[in-house]
Design a protein around this ligand. Structure first.
Ligand code: NAD
Ligand code: AHE
Ligand code: ZN
Length: 375
């Protein structure tokens, strides 16, 4: 198949919110600096649903969504040296080129090399898509497009992993789990003995809990409007639970009262701008730090009284938990293999690519954390 167009099945999003269509898609060979990957397993993340909803200004249609996956390299383009056919890999929507201003800064995991292309659904080389259906181009998404049996990505967006790692599990290390762990370890840098509040106990919030537990946090307070979330959350380290619906007062006041003035760290893992405000305002005066992890829709804005920051609270955000993807995803895979981090526990459902619309329905069901599709 090397050097040839591959025809395979992919789930195409033709229009916002219209069911995805399983199509025969043509996938062009990788050009210079590109890698064609046979996707074996892909999970769904709420960010896919967000873009599908039409609220993401970077969501272009028709496109192939998906960004949490694992597979094997099928072929590589000219000049690609770090991976070869057969290597097991995780596509990384957050690239790492190790050469750009961002990568060299030592201050961020964001990478500038291919971002201008991945935000508009094309490849860097020729600003075109490698996907088509009957000659009509289909946009890429987040530089990954994993809801397909084959995809083409930039070489700076590929993490080569231990071939012994079970791909049906470690596909989760492409997004949600690292995001939560890294929000605690890299972005907030939670110290032992800290009090932590987590707003939203989906996969991302639970991974924050796991990160907080391993960082030695003392009180890990989970906040969710679905009380059923507490039972599962306990297994990830949450040791107190508050449902905002059980209280008359604003939730930030409830947390401040519970914690003698506020928490040391809070995390917003929902994507709701009023909860982002509450998460900042439940932080302790003088030092409390709040990290925004959830993705809010285009056009939404955050607000608070500047006095909240004047008096020492800190407002931050995180993308992919601050992890340098190509370097650290393989390290996270090793941590999983050594049983130092959970992954299996986040997988509540398994299906096939053909059942993807059913899998999207499940995202809105409180019992689903991650659904893994075999392609
Ligand atoms: P999820 O939907 O599984 O979890 C959200 C949880 O929040 C649910 O348990 C829900 O009951 C709860 N919730 C909803 N409204 C609430 C409210 N007002 N108060 C308290 N709880 C409330 O989602 P997820 O997969 O865990 O993802 C969470 C967010 O993180 C999404 O916005 C996703 O797009 C984003 N995300 C960001 C990054 C990043 O790099 N920054 C990476 C992955 C995901
Ligand atoms: N395209 C959206 C923003 C989406 C967003 O914030 N994405 C997160 C990852 S979410 C993964 O589930 C991210 O890492 N952003 C950094 C980046 O460079 O995209 C919009 O609203 O425009
Ligand atoms: Zn995601």
């Amino acid at each position: 198949t090397q050097g040839q167009v591959i025809t395979c099945k992919a789930a195409v999003a033709y229009e916002p919110n219209k069911p995805l269509v399983i199509e025969d898609v043509q996938v062009a060979p990788p050009q210079a600096g590109e890698v064609r990957i046979k996707i074996l397993f892909t999970a769904l993340c709420h960010t896919d649903a967000y873009t599908w909803s039409g609220k993401d200004p970077e969501g272009l249609f028709p496109c192939i969504l998906g960004h949490e996956a694992a597979g094997a390299v099928e072929s590589v383009g000219e000049g690609v040296t770090e991976v070869q056919p057969g290597d097991h890999v995780i596509p990384c929507y957050q690239a790492e080129c190790r050469e750009c201003k961002f990568c060299k800064s030592g201050k961020t995991n964001l990478c500038g090399k291919v971002r201008s292309a991945t935000g508009v659904g094309v490849m860097m080389n020729d600003r075109k898509s490698r996907f088509s259906v009957n000659g009509k181009p289909i946009y890429h998404f987040m530089g990954t497009s994993t809801f397909s049996q084959y995809t083409v990505v930039h070489d700076v967006s590929v993490a080569k992993i231990d071939p012994k790692a079970p791909l049906e599990k470690v596909c989760l290390l492409g997004c949600g789990v690292p995001t939560g762990l890294g929000a605690v370890w890299n972005t907030a840098k939670v110290e032992p003995g800290s009090n932590v509040a987590i707003f939203g106990l989906g996969t991302v919030g639970l991974a924050v809990a796991e990160g907080a537990k391993t960082a030695g946090a003392t009180r890990i307070i989970g906040i969710d409007i679905d009380s059923k979330k507490y039972e599962t959350a306990k297994k990830f380290g949450v040791n107190e639970f508050v449902n905002p619906k059980d209280h008359q007062k604003p939730i930030q006041e409830v947390i401040v009262d519970l914690t003698d003035g506020g928490v040391d760290y809070s995390f917003e893992c929902i994507g709701n701008v009023s909860v982002m405000r509450a998460a900042l305002e439940c932080c302790h005066k003088g030092w409390g730090t709040s990290v925004i992890v959830g993705v809010a829709a285009s056009g939404q804005e955050i607000s608070t009284r500047p006095f909240q920051l004047v008096t020492g609270r800190v407002w931050k955000g995180t993308a992919f938990g601050g992890f340098k993807s190509r370097t650290q995803v393989p390290w996270l895979v090793e941590k999983y293999m050594n049983k130092e981090i959970k992954v299996d526990e986040y997988i509540t459902h398994s299906m096939t690519l053909g059942e993807i619309n059913k899998a999207f329905d499940l995202l809105h069901d409180g019992t689903c954390l991650r659904c893994v599709l075999s392609t």
